[in-house]
Design a protein around this ligand. Structure first.
Ligand code: SAM
Length: 239
């Protein structure tokens, strides 16, 4: 998969592409990430990419020409173009899965007060990473790229993905590592038992309980099987 980011600040991504799991994935060729500096497409003699809003008001608005020329320089038949915007589709794991199947994802990052509205009709989808306002789309583009790349074949083991939070409508079960006893705070006995069936059952029950406790909105939407109702009751009664 190829991801192309259109931004005024490509340097913001330096650490993103050169650190930890994402670096490893890019080195292995699991995905490629490239950047287009929108400013390089400015036809203004001062290299301006923004201007004051018609009708007045605070801040600067990114102009059509540099953004659309930058877009056309990389867009092809296989590209899907998303524009970072607080007004967009709310991003979640299902959207990440959908994007992970795309051959070429182009991400446009707005900055300042945002982009000239005429740019919107040239994109396939507006995407928001949450109901708050960032100074620019760069952090949102990193969030989206990171969550997609780790889903791609060869990125990380599929087992670790399938049991993660949000993959099956539930949160993940609690994880522990050594030491088994940290200043008297002990890891649950079942995890030290080596009994795989019991561990699996405990983890499933914990996953249900964590979701019920921390994300009641998700729990309400989740359809419990008869076995899960019994499992939950058994573990809640033993709490
Ligand atoms: N004036 C705009 C508004 O009220 O909707 C906000 C512009 S914001 C300061 C600048 C840019 O940051 C946006 O064009 C967008 O690309 C990005 N951005 C801000 N919040 C975002 C969010 N929640 N999700 C995705 N992108 C966001």
């Amino acid at each position: 998969m190829r991801i192309t980011v259109l931004t005024l600040f490509p340097e913001m991504f330096n650490d993103f592409v050169s650190t930890s799991i994402i670096k490893r994935c890019l080195d292995k060729g699991v995905a490629s990430v490239d950047f287009v500096n929108i400013r390089d497409f400015s036809k203004d003699k001062h290299n301006h990419v923004d201007d004051t809003p018609f009708g007045g008001g605070a801040g600067m608005v990114m102009k059509c020409q540099p953004v659309l020329d930058a877009l056309e320089s990389v867009r092809s038949e296989n590209s899907y173009v998303i524009l970072m915007s607080p007004a967009g589709t709310k991003y979640n794991q299902q959207v990440a899965r959908r994007y992970a199947t795309i051959e070429h994802l182009i991400i446009i990052c707005g900055h300042y007060e945002g982009l000239d509205y005429r740019i919107y009709k040239h994109v396939d989808e507006l995407v928001s990473i949450g109901d708050y306002v960032l100074t620019g789309g760069e952090l949102a583009a990193m969030v989206i790229s990171d969550s997609i790349i780790r889903l791609l074949d060869g990125a990380i083991t599929s087992e670790s993905i399938s049991e993660e939070s949000h993959e099956n409508g539930l949160l993940e079960y609690p994880q522990y590592t050594k030491p088994a006893d940290y200043n008297g705070d002990k890891v649950p006995d079942v995890l030290l038992s080596g009994h795989h069936k019991n561990i699996k059952e405990w983890r499933h029950a914990q996953s249900l309980m964590q979701t019920k406790k921390y994300r009641p909105d998700m729990f309400e939407k989740y359809e419990l099987s008869k076995e899960e109702v019994k499992l939950l009751q058994k573990y809640e009664d033993n709490q």
